[in-house]
Structure formats: C-alpha cells, structure tokens
Design a protein around this ligand. Sequence first.
Ligand SMILES: [Fe+2]
Ligand SMILES: [Fe+2]
Length: 325
Amino acid sequence: MEQIAIDKLIENKTIENLKVSDKSDGYFLVKSYDIKTSNNKKKYIDITFADKTGEINAKLWEYNEKYLQIFQENNIVKARGEVIEWQGKKQFKISKIRGIIENDNINIDDFVPAAPISSDKMYAEINKYIEKIQDVEIKTLVSNIIKKYENKLKYYPAAKKNHHSYKGGLLYHILRMLQTGEKIGQVYDYLKMDYVYAGVILHDICKTSEMDSNELGIVSDYTTEGKLLGHIIQGIKEIEVQAELIGLDKEKSLILQHMILSHHYQPEYGSPKKPMTPEAELLHYLDIIDARMFDFENALKSVNPGEFSDRIWILDNRNVYKMEN
Ligand SMILES: [Fe+2]
Ligand SMILES: [Fe+2]
C-alpha cells in the first residue's frame, strides 16, 4: 500500500476541517460500511466515517478480508489517507488502517455527533417549562410522561436521518420549539400556553419507542411498534393511558391528543386530522420552523461563502446559498 510521509500528515483533524489534498492521519467512527465491486471487477470497501463534526465517505480500494474485523459498525478506527474530491464531494482515500489499541486515548464523545447543549442541561431547561404550566392536571400528566422516558430522552435523536439525527437531538428539538413557542405566545397573547408547552413536549416523545437507538444516538431501525403505528398514534395511546391513571379531565385529554394527532398536518405525513385549535396549529408550525432552521444551518456548514449547496432533498431539492458577508 502507498505510504505517506509522516511529516506531511495533518494529525487528528476533525472531519469538518478536512480539505481536499490534505494528507491526514486520524481516528474515525465507522458509521456504516459496504463491500462493493468496482468497474474493473475488484472488490473494495465503501465506508462512512464520522466524528462529532460530521461525516465523510471513505474508500479502501485494496480489499482484504482481514479488514472486515476492523469495520464493525460504531467501531473507532485509525486511518491514514488523503482527501480527494469526487463528483464535487470530499472523499477520504485510505492508505493505511488499523483498529484501536490500548494506547490510543479515545473519548467516544469526540466521535458522536451530538446536540450543542448537554442532555442534562436540556432536560433541566425543559422541566422549567413544565413548571410554567399552570393547570395542575396537565402539569402532572406531562411531568409523569417525561419522567417515564427520561433515560431514553437523554440520548435519543429526533430522527433516523434528516433533522436532529444525533445524540440528544430529540431534547434539542423540544427545547428550541419551547423557546420559539414562548416568544410567539408573547405576540399572540390569547394562546393557552399550558397547551403549547404540553403539546411541544409530548408531540414527538414516542419517537423513543418508534425508533431503536443505541446510546450514541445512532438509530439502527424502527421498532415493530414504530413501523406498525408510528410516534403519533403511540403518543396518543400514551396520553390516553396516563390521563386515565391521574383522572385527567376528558376535554383536556382530548385536546392534547388532538394536538399530537394533527402535528404533521397532512394525512400523507401521518396526521388524519388538521389542527382545530390555534395551539395545535402553532405546534405544527413550531415543528416545521425548527426542522427547517436545522436543515438550513446544516446544509450551509459545508458551503463556502458566495456559493450554493448541493440540492438538499429534505428542503424540496433546493440549493441553498451562503452569503458572502
Ligand atoms: Fe412528529
Ligand atoms: Fe417534531
């Protein structure tokens, strides 16, 4: 295998900072890998490397079965190689690779993309919003449900792919929606904020039982229940059961269930009814705003000032623009 002189190497650069023609030597998390066959019928390994700053596609052209022990998903590896550009994207061409040995000083948190705020802090912040709920019954309901899912919430992403698909992403999504909702409530001051806060906290909480995530916030698949029912119906069932337990007033329970039911707005996105209260309408838009702002921010990360991004599928195939100033 081609060797690269050590003095030209850039040690331990984060993926976000890797530039084309960098010769780098660093640690990466193997997010996924696949054995493929090239046009000239040679096997190679196609890998997605990740660290907490992002992901990069990598290729190991010299296939050897011994490498398969190294390429377990979620394993950390040490790889040496060169960053090249392929079809407008950065790619890491591996020249040397090995698994982790005892002397490697690895902190798993450096490799896992995560929300910018710690989960404990976000969980505490969300509880402050529960404290703002004045209706004691609704407050008890929300507080009981969030406690039930506390452990999973501390690491769950908000999605398998797309918005907030990283460790702590679900809490981050909830927190930012609460913050935005609070501000909007100051403008439209007729809104019943107890319902806005409760709806935001509960709207996606059953994603914790819809998806199967490991503690790194990486989702392997949807659960059987998630595939058959989805987080909207799972969430409604959860409210129904918990409401029964505390003897919640029927109308309050129905209104909350309706908010969860309608938050995706369209039947084709999983909501059989459109919002019929202003709080439910707002919940839907808070959800959209937070997902879109995340997607724009994320898309612009890899774009140079004055240039456009690739087409972003989740943003209706738009190319988004990064301003020069
Ligand atoms: Fe949702
Ligand atoms: Fe959501």
